[in-house]
Design a protein around this ligand. Structure first.
Ligand code: FMN
Length: 364
């Protein structure tokens, strides 16, 4: 079956052709006109390589560290909600795949699997816990304590969701913006982590918290026993705020084009953030990564590691744990090949000069 699927686009096509359209729409959607969703991919194509030749690329190293933890390739799995909509083993299968590939899995607050079940299989694997702050700082702090007990190695606080972006198709029908997620799970599934936090009747209380500021994040960081990563940063100003709040890393993301439509693509935002951070903390990114050359471009622009959202879901939908493993394997092999063809032997040693924006290429 999946031997015919040779690239991540094949997995997307296959998954979306078989999934119930209500769920396919949910995973594929961006906000409003989906301009940012499209730019996330299109802007990678505007970057071109300046490869170097004759540099002995027989041995290539893909492994690196994130916050001191070893990963076998600089591609992790971004937090995405509701994996059981596409496969009965849900987040557990995704986490197993990440573990067996030696990379990082980030569990979403909106997971359909209990944190303990995912964390229970972590071993030495690098697992992160993504946190939405629902009610107040104290509840967030309690949740971080639990994440620490489970063995998660860091907490990813998503800062780009004070309200939910306007995705037009929800549960198979078009709707105008209601500023709440509005997605209804089928009756046999649960938002396990939210229920643990807020109890069963989470329809009202799981609304995002709109009154948060950087001060709240600073309070959370100061009491956190785990390193905190700010996810959803797109500007130098907010990168600075995240560092001031004590975050251990900055994660460039526009939520896969699902929040404010018209914001920069992630790859376009990356250089501004990397420059502002100036090496003080690690910088990660996600949004539109679909090929090994995309990964290489992001690393050249200063990302320490990148993350994939939808591609992991599509791999899960097509082939469960094996499908996710295959998606990561494809990216790994494509990255290795792109490095060899560019004269690069180590993911930790990629010069900025490897990529050039197409607008700067001299035209005849
Ligand atoms: C269906 C879906 C659900 C998501 N759920 C979450 C979430 O629960 N928490 C979060 O921080 N980001 C969430 N995101 C954003 C992803 O973490 C990530 O930023 C985005 O998917 C990256 O873009 P990509 O899908 O092009 O790789 C979600 C994205 C999608 C597509």
């Amino acid at each position: 079956m999946d031997t015919e699927l040779i690239c991540l686009d094949d997995y997307e096509r296959q998954a979306l052709s078989t999934l119930d359209t209500r769920y396919g729409d949910f995973f594929a959607a961006g906000a409003d006109d989906e301009q940012t969703l499209q730019d996330n991919r299109a802007d990678f194509k505007k970057l071109r390589f300046r490869p170097r030749m004759m540099r002995n690329v027989a041995d290539v190293s893909l492994s690196t560290t994130i916050l001191g933890n070893l990963i076998s390739l600089p591609v992790g799995i971004a937090p995405t909600s509701r994996h059981k909509l596409v496969h009965h083993l849900g987040e557990e299968a995704t986490a197993r795949a990440a573990k067996s590939m030696g990379t990082c899995f980030c569990l979403s607050t909106y997971a359909t699997t209990k944190a303990a079940e995912v964390a229970g299989l972590s071993g030495d694997a690098t697992q992160w816990f993504q946190l939405y702050i629902f009610k107040d700082v104290q509840m967030a702090q309690r949740q971080i304590q639990k994440a620490k007990k489970h063995g998660f190695k860091a907490v990813v606080v998503t800062v780009d969701l004070p309200v939910v972006g306007n995705r037009r198709k929800v549960n198979g029908t078009r709707k105008a913006n209601s500023a709440i997620d509005g997605f209804e799970l089928p009756p046999h599934l649960r938002h396990e982590i939210i229920e643990e936090l807020l109890g069963r009747d989470n329809s009202v209380t799981s609304k995002p918290c709109s009154h948060l500021t950087w001060k709240d994040l600073a309070m959370i960081v100061s009491a956190s026993p785990l390193p905190v990563i700010a996810k959803g940063i797109l500007t130098e100003e907010d990168a600075e705020q995240a560092i001031k709040a004590g975050c251990s890393a900055v994660y460039v993301s526009n939520h896969g084009g699902r929040q404010l439509d018209g914001v920069y693509s992630s790859i376009s935002a990356l250089p501004e953030v990397v420059k502002a951070v100036g090496g003080r903390v690690e910088v990660y990114m996600d949004g539109g990564i679909r090929t090994g050359t995309d990964v290489l471009k992001a690393l050249a622009l200063g990302a320490r590691a990148v993350f994939i959202g939808r591609p992991a879901i599509y791999g899960l939908a097509v082939g469960g744990e094996k499908g996710v493993r295959r998606v990561i394997t494809i990216l790994r092999d494509e990255l290795k090949l792109a490095m060899q063809l560019s004269g690069i032997t180590d993911v930790n040693d990629i010069p900025r000069s490897l990529v050039q924006h197409e607008s700067l290429i001299p035209r005849l």
